[in-house]
Design a protein. Structure first.
Length: 590
């Protein structure tokens, strides 16, 4: 991949770091979602595209080839045209990980509509909020998911939104009737609509997780998910032989682009699980001869703790992290030339901004988060003065370029971007002289203790290497003498034991003394407040628990430096606490 450049605008006297130009990078195809799909279908037609043991069919194994996926996408697209869906109108999609979800997303994009995959974890009020925010005209939903009657819930929500004129429910007669109505739409009419779509047209809305407020909708043009899929296929070194397992939801950018889109771009197969369940996942890994498992850390831990783990044949796995749980499995022989990509990104950029590709030497992946990807522009800004910073100067990371969102739904552009079109991420970091981006954590999450800044992300990364620790979350709580103190909240692996002193001693060997948590609190897995996706800790609820536990504790003497200290950028890969807003690779899962 071409090297990034540093541009300096003399008029603005601003340093802008730039990834390689998109048109100079090999392996990038069509930049509309419809064009992307047509290209991979033409190239990989008979190959398996997606495999699912379908709960709606009693667990029957469903296999779609690329040709079948292309056919089903066009059926959805014709049905949308029969419904009178106009370019730019929103199509809400409430489905788990399944082939029909892909058909719905690509089908909407093919006719120039905006695909809006919505969280199946969202309670009914959040679903209603998302439907209203995106102004959906058609809602495509599956009848049930786990114990939830999604079809009924969405059907009850829809009447409160006058723009909704259709609810089609997969698993019920309404779905088949809706698709059949599209049969009267000629292929020529569909092709003409598809040909009018451009890479800069709106295509996709991704909603934030909404754990502390109502979900925000991020509107993306076609270029964003299409480019991310082509580029990430190269970052992960996927090929037509790739069989990638993932249960990450397709309403997350990590699921839609990093997992599924990048697999389709290479002609591989997505071995899907509608919702993550470790026993079923292990069976799929073995039966489907999976080569790359794309799982979050808590999912990997659940697999390794499952009774069937040791007896499962995982010999097909190749793309696994060197010292992770998969690589330690007795049947696995990892590919020594492949390392888990490490990167930094967010939903606002439709996934990665920068990354260390899988071919990066292992030691190199431990330093920073890689070079900027094609089409990306980055500035580092002093958050207090607004001054633009240069090489090795730490500040707020601000992003513009090819995959940046068009904006937040319902907000004016000036509320989303600065005067030069850059999005201020709220993340801290710097760019080193070699073009490597160093993400230091959320600027707003920095813990101020005794005059020094502590990045929770850095402490959490260090804790990931602590053998008894299954899950950790680091927070700051007010302290009358230190401003704040650092608190580590830990879930210990089943059968393991640890004391606060042991954890603190472990960390003292890896991070500066003032960053070592003053308090280490242990929680059971049931006590740790998680989102419905079980992928993110709910910080607001956790802080309430922490304050309750620490209420009787008297303040202690400071251990931080007496003079303010600039936080040290972490040198180990950072995994995000929320896949829907910050992406930093699934390295911790490997």
């Amino acid at each position: 991949m071409a090297q990034p450049s540093v541009a300096r605008s003399e008029a603005a006297a601003m340093t802008t770091f730039e990834g390689p130009p998109v048109d100079e990078v090999e392996g990038i195809g069509a930049l509309t979602l419809g064009g992307f799909l047509a290209e991979v279908v033409a190239r990989f037609g008979p190959n398996e595209a997606v495999v699912l043991d379908d709960p709606l069919l009693g667990g029957e194994t469903v296999r779609w080839s690329y040709e079948r996926l292309g056919t089903e996408v066009r059926r959805v697209a014709r049905a949308l045209l029969a419904d009178g869906v106009a370019p730019g109108e929103s199509v809400g999609i409430v489905m788990g990980n399944r082939p029909e979800a892909l058909a719905a997303i690509f089908g909407a994009a093919l006719v120039g509509a905006v695909a809006v995959p919505m969280s199946t974890f969202a309670p009914r009020p959040e679903l209603a909020h998302m439907v209203a925010t995106c102004e959906a005209t058609v809602l495509l939903v599956q009848s049930r998911l786990l114990g939830r009657a999604l079809g009924d819930e969405v059907a009850e929500v829809a009447p409160g939104h006058p723009r909704v004129r259709r609810v089609a429910v997969l698993g019920e007669a309404s779905w088949d009737h809706w698709l059949a109505a599209g049969d009267r739409v000629a292929d020529e009419a569909l092709d003409a609509r598809a040909a009018a779509v451009t890479p800069d047209d709106p295509a996709l809305v991704i909603f934030s997780s909404g754990t502390t407020s109502l979900p925000k909708g991020m509107l993306h043009r076609h270029r964003s998910p299409a480019l991310q899929s082509w580029v990430q296929a190269g970052v992960f070194a996927r090929t037509a032989e790739t069989r990638m397992f993932s249960a990450l939801p397709v309403f997350w950018t990590a699921g839609l682009n990093t997992a599924v889109g990048a697999t389709l771009a290479a002609g591989g197969c997505w071995v899907a699980q509608e919702t993550f369940e470790p026993g079923g996942a292990l069976a799929l890994l073995e039966r489907e001869r999976v080569t790359e498992p794309y799982t979050l850390p808590h999912q990997t831990a659940a697999l390794a703790e499952h009774p069937a783990w040791a007896g499962t044949d995982l010999s097909s796995l190749r793309c696994v992290y060197g010292k992770g749980a998969y690589a330690r499995h007795p049947t696995v022989t990892p590919d020594p030339g492949w390392v888990m990509p490490v990167g930094w990104g967010m939903s606002e950029t439709c996934a990665f901004v920068c990354a260390h590709p899988s071919s990066t030497p292992r030691e190199r992946t431990k330093v920073g988060h890689g070079r900027l990807l094609p089409g990306v522009r980055l500035r580092v800004v002093d958050p207090d003065t607004g001054r633009n910073l240069g090489v090795d100067e730490e500040g707020e990371l601000c992003v513009a370029g090819a995959t940046l969102m068009l904006g937040y739904l319902g907000r004016a552009p000036e509320e989303c971007f600065d005067a030069d079109g850059f999005f201020h991420t709220g993340d801290a970091g710097h760019v080193s002289a070699d073009g490597n981006v160093h993400y230091a954590g959320r600027r707003t999450e920095m813990i101020k203790t005794g005059g020094a800044n502590v990045s929770p992300a850095e402490v959490e990364v260090a804790l990931r290497a602590c053998p008894p620790v299954k899950l950790s979350r680091v927070v700051g709580v007010p302290d009358p003498r230190l401003d704040e103190v650092v608190v580590a909240c830990i879930v210990v692996r089943e059968g393991e034991k640890a004391s606060p002193e042991q954890v603190q001693a472990f960390l003292r060997e890896r991070i500066a003394a003032y960053k070592v948590p003053k308090h280490v609190l242990f929680f059971s897995a049931e006590e740790m407040p998680m989102t419905g996706s079980e992928a993110k800790v709910r910080d607001d609820a956790l802080l309430e628990l922490v304050r309750a536990r620490l209420a009787p504790t008297a303040p202690t003497a400071p251990t931080a430096p007496t003079t303010p200290t600039t936080p040290t950028t972490p040198t180990t890969p950072t995994t995000p606490t929320t896949p829907t807003t910050r992406t930093s690779s699934a390295e911790g899962a490997r």
